[in-house]
Design a protein around this ligand. Structure first.
Ligand code: FAD
Ligand code: FES
Length: 359
């Protein structure tokens, strides 16, 4: 079910001193599985020491490019990103799970929309894919990007963005915001905060002209920008956010007071994956659906186990579960019954979850 496939690395490019762009060769028989939408991500898996390590990396290529590429920025002290930057070379093979994620909106060649994006650091990765794909698919739509970095030397995809700007002179506007390099216009100095976003919305773009806004970067920046957009009048439903969350601490499950009386009660869980159903029994309020399923030998898909990446997303079609944390699903997905299995604890005697309803 988790369907990792060994993919050979076709190309590695140093984008900046601490970021590599990695292109995978996708064999003909896997082309269908690795078709993707702009803004989606891949889960990579490697054995580092004696640990099975999985991390998500957003696809940075456009749907029309015909390639599958991600960018991996070295996180100080980070296990996977340091290993990848030090180790990955052309010809190496690495386990890759097919694309997942919902950081995008449907596109239509007839659209005439104005999209807005805020990215910081490696948060540009899915945004680049979204911008390229959108401008190529919708000839009358336009994009405005605010892109935060420490200095020009740390700007990932500087050349590609510059080429893109030349291609779409009238339809793409890019404003670089630098926290450690002085620029002529003071508004573009510093970090992208709520206050700065509010100023951009006052002096550079009007919230009422924007159809959809995308935000990707550190958590505080994402929340700040989202608040500024909403205070400027944009409905939350038109704001799409993607959290990379290298720094969110692993959350320890707190048993619920309401279910304390139900401690040691059991749930029969049925998991539907790839058209097959498998069942196991688990103790309520003790471990997540994902952990219990993995322990029962089911190959359920996951990456972060922290409620961030949405790789473990599934739909509850019978029974009830409680979710601990959720940084990945939007309100409308929860309303339709979607949950993160890594964060879900059953509260009824029977629960059926379905991984096949992608929607
Ligand atoms: C949907 C999604 C898409 C993503 N896309 C991208 C992308 O396109 N590009 C990209 O570069 N990243 C992306 N990420 C982030 C990526 O998945 C990893 O989280 C990131 O590369 C860090 O992984 P790591 O193993 O190197 O760090 P980890 O080892 O997981 O460490 C994470 C943090 O904890 C700190 N840390 C580690 N060990 C310790 C310790 N012992 N004590 C204290 N602190 C410690 C590290 O310094 C680091 O800040 C994405 C994440 C998600 C969820
Ligand atoms: S595995 Fe990442 S949200 Fe569940």
């Amino acid at each position: 079910m988790s369907k990792f496939h060994p993919l050979t690395i076709a190309h590695v490019r140093n984008e900046t001193r601490d970021t590599i762009a990695v292109t995978f060769a996708v064999p003909a028989e896997l082309q269908h599985s690795f078709q993707y939408q702009q803004g989606q991500h891949l889960t990579l898996r490697a054995q580092i020491g004696d640990e099975d390590v999985r991390r998500s990396y957003s696809i940075c290529s456009a749907v029309q490019d015909g390639v599958l590429r991600v960018a991996i920025k070295r996180t100080q002290g980070g296990l996977f990103s340091s290993w990848a930057n030090d180790t990955l070379q052309v010809g190496h093979t690495i386990d890759v799970m097919p694309p997942s994620g919902h950081f995008n909106v449907p596109l239509d060649a007839a659209n005439k929309k104005h999209y807005l994006a805020f990215a910081a650091g490696s948060g540009i990765t899915p945004i680049l894919s979204i911008i390229k794909t959108t401008l190529a698919t919708e000839p009358e739509s336009q994009f405005t990007l605010f892109y935060g970095n420490r200095a020009s030397s740390s700007v990932i995809f500087k050349d590609e963005l510059s080429d893109l700007k030349d291609t779409y002179l009238e339809r793409l506007k890019i404003a670089y915001v630098m926290s450690r390099e002085q620029q002529d216009i003071d508004l573009f100095n510093g970090r992208i905060t709520k206050e700065k976003a509010a100023q951009f919305l006052k002096y550079w773009v009007r919230a009422e002209d924007i159809d959809v806004a995308f935000i990707c970067g550190p958590e505080d920046m994402m929340h700040g920008v989202s608040e500024a957009l909403q205070e400027a009048g944009m409905p939350k439903s038109q704001i799409k956010i993607e959290l990379f969350a290298a720094s969110i601490p692993k959350h320890a499950h707190q048993p619920r007071a309401a279910t304390a009386a139900a401690a040691h009660q059991h749930t029969e869980v049925t998991v539907i994956m790839d058209g097959n159903a498998a069942s196991f029994t688990m103790e309520q309020d003790k471990e997540s659906l994902l952990d219990a399923g993995l322990r029962a030998g089911l190959d359920m898909r996951y990456s972060c186990k922290g409620g961030v990446c949405s790789t473990c997303r599934c739909k509850v079609i019978e029974g009830k579960v409680d979710m601990d944390v959720n940084y990945a699903l939007e309100d409308y997905e929860i309303a339709r019954g979607y949950v993160l299995s890594c964060q879900s604890f059953p509260t009824t005697a029977k629960v059926v979850i379905d991984f096949d309803q992608a929607e």
